[in-house]
Design a protein. Structure first.
Length: 67
């Protein structure tokens, strides 16, 4: 792994960002006590479920280090 790439080219980073944003949205709405619509709940859940496999896939397929 001598080659490098920019952080924004990493599937692992993007999967983490997607999962983190879904987690943050859930935490903030729970903390504030606001109810969110079922449609928005579904979008957040799908984002969380989509992000984790992207992280795993990105890490397994990684051939370059980040710089």
């Amino acid at each position: 792994m001598n080659e490098t790439k920019k952080w924004y080219q990493s599937k692992t980073v993007w999967g983490g960002i997607i999962s983190g944003m879904a987690l943050a949205a859930t935490a903030v709405t729970g903390f504030l006590g606001n109810d969110i619509t079922p449609v928005l709940q579904t979008i957040v859940a799908i984002a969380g479920l989509f992000g984790v496999p992207v992280v795993i896939y990105g890490r397994v397929k990684a051939t370059k280090a980040l710089k």
